[in-house]
Design a protein around this ligand. Sequence first.
Ligand SMILES: [Zn+2]
Length: 221
Amino acid sequence: MYDDIIHSLNLKAENVKSISHAFKNNTHFYFIKLVSRGVFCPDCGQYTKKVHEYKNISLNHSIFITENASVIYKARRYICPHCSRTTFENNPFKSHHPRLTLKTVQNVLILSKDYNQTFSMVAKKTNLSVTEVITIFDEHVQIERKKLSEAICIDEFFFSRYAKNKYACMLINFKNGLVLDILPSRHKADLRSYFRMIPLEERMNVKYISIVLYDNYRDIA
Ligand SMILES: [Zn+2]
């Protein structure tokens, strides 16, 4: 069991000091401590292994898609005996998303492969927010555009504080809620050139368009 956790967190057994388990509020908690290796103080260069405290960091792990489980990394914070500066130990959990493990990202991608899964279903199964799921999806997957359906829904979602376009736009088949395409921008010029690329014949098939109240969408419709 713990071997599974170690493996799916991409850890080496010799770097794990302990894993303990607790069952609370219908959730399995696994607390992980890494082997103490000490750090060099970034301020004065003094080597220290003196522990100041442990901070619980939820790795938001979804090893067990069907089970409620949470992995808590007890991050060790050292204190420099010379200048009292505190420093966290190095850890291997940093991925693209600071709170997400590689395994979680993989699970999102595996689940999203199935076209019958909606983003909110994937979010529920992986314990993430819908926005997080969409962000992961978009960073890793270029989906092929699907044909416009008779009724489409133009929805938007907050993309990223750091992206050039803060809002992205999603085309959804109104009948079954599946994604037809994701566009990185909701600007009128971008939307116009996108739809121009779709053959007129296909566009003529669209009978109903559902939009949020945003002038660009109404004009494009
Ligand atoms: Zn120091």
